[in-house]
Design a binder for this molecule. Structure first.
Ligand code: LIP
Length: 322
């Protein structure tokens, strides 16, 4: 894929994200004023959908199909409406119209449109725009990652300031997710317990035999996987880990973090390959300029989190086999 074609897709995505962002901002303003953006689905209080999610996805999908009629599309609301995704080498847009829908509902300002593009099954363009904070993250394969199109990511020389040596020096971002079954939540709490507990404390959760606490600096959550990964790309957090979010939450961010110099791996299964975006298990490590130090932190991370947290999904033909 030539750089000029990638630049065209990137510019198109940035323009589209800004238009969608204006719709999201208007939706928040109306909602906070007591009108508009009614809940479209409220069957699970930790997995909500508003009319704005649906309107933004319809708008983005229409714009993409008008500009690139042969391209494929995978979107959160299209999936929710029952369309089963398949994955091919064709250019495929993977879109979350509002990442951080719970935040949207509360007016908590971590809300973003996330637009990713894969070609030959590789994520190559990513744009994430938070219209409430007016922060636009963008990247294309081989072109670097940027905040608001001019500030290169990461924001500073992360390795000079804080080399990534040990989990005890890390700020970790994670989320509770939408599956609140006690089987899943108790495993996630076990993971957080093991991450934050003192190294001196032998009382770590029993799910991992002989594990000791790693006493990470602390845990952070924005409520948006995409924006969490952007924090890691900026270098203001060291690790993002989530089991249970989806390809539309991470596709664009995978490009942004990779172009900033970070890596995204499988969140539970050790290995050094870039994550399969359909696997619903993600571990992002910030830029360091030294891949071995990133893999070393990943290995330490996998060793302290339970490896049996369930995030089931149907097969994605061409993309993922459970
Ligand atoms: C959200 C993700 C978040 C996850 C939430 C939800 P949404 O996406 O970004 O990481 O914990 O459960 O999936 O639903 O706001 O697009």
């Amino acid at each position: 894929m030539s750089q000029s074609v990638l630049t065209e897709y990137l510019d198109f995505s940035i323009d589209l994200a800004k238009q969608a962002g204006a719709m999201i901002k208007e939706g928040v303003d109306k909602r906070m004023a007591g009108s508009g953006s009614i809940m479209a689905k409220y069957s699970n209080p930790s997995d909500m959908v508003t009319e704005t999610d649906q309107a933004v996805e319809a708008f983005v999908k229409e714009k993409i199909s008008a500009a690139y009629p042969s391209h494929k599309f995978i979107g959160e609301e299209t999936f929710a409406a029952g369309e089963k995704p398949s994955f091919t080498d064709e250019p495929t847009w993977i879109v979350d119209p509002i990442d951080g829908t719970t935040n949207f509902i509360h007016g908590y300002p971590f809300v973003a449109i996330s637009i990713g593009l894969t070609i030959n099954k590789v994520p190559v363009v990513g744009v994430i725009y938070n219209p409430l904070l007016n922060e636009l993250y963008s990247a294309a394969d081989g072109q670097g990652a940027f905040l608001n199109q001019t500030t290169k990511l990461p924001l500073f020389d992360t390795n000079a300031i804080a080399p990534l040596k040990d989990l005890s020096e890390c700020l970790v971002m994670t989320e509770m997710g939408s599956d609140r079954s006690s089987a899943v939540i108790s495993r996630k709490i076990d993971a957080i317990h093991n991450l934050v507990a003192s190294k001196e404390d032998p009382g770590v959760r029993s799910v991992i035999q002989n594990a000791v606490g790693t006493q990470v600096h602390s845990i952070r959550s924005t409520g948006s996987a995409a924006l969490n990964l952007c924090c890691v790309a900026k270098g203001v957090a060291d690790i993002f880990w989530e089991i249970g979010c989806w390809e539309w939450d991470v596709c664009a961010a995978v490009v942004i973090l990779r172009e900033a110099g970070g890596i995204v791996l499988d969140g539970l299964v050790p290995g050094d390959k870039e994550v399969n975006i359909f696997c619903r298990r993600y571990l992002g490590i910030r830029p360091t300029g030294d891949r071995e130090s990133q893999l070393n932190i990943a290995r330490k991370f996998w060793s302290v989190v339970p490896n049996d947290i369930d995030a089931p999904r149907d097969a994605v033909p061409g993309g993922y086999e459970p």
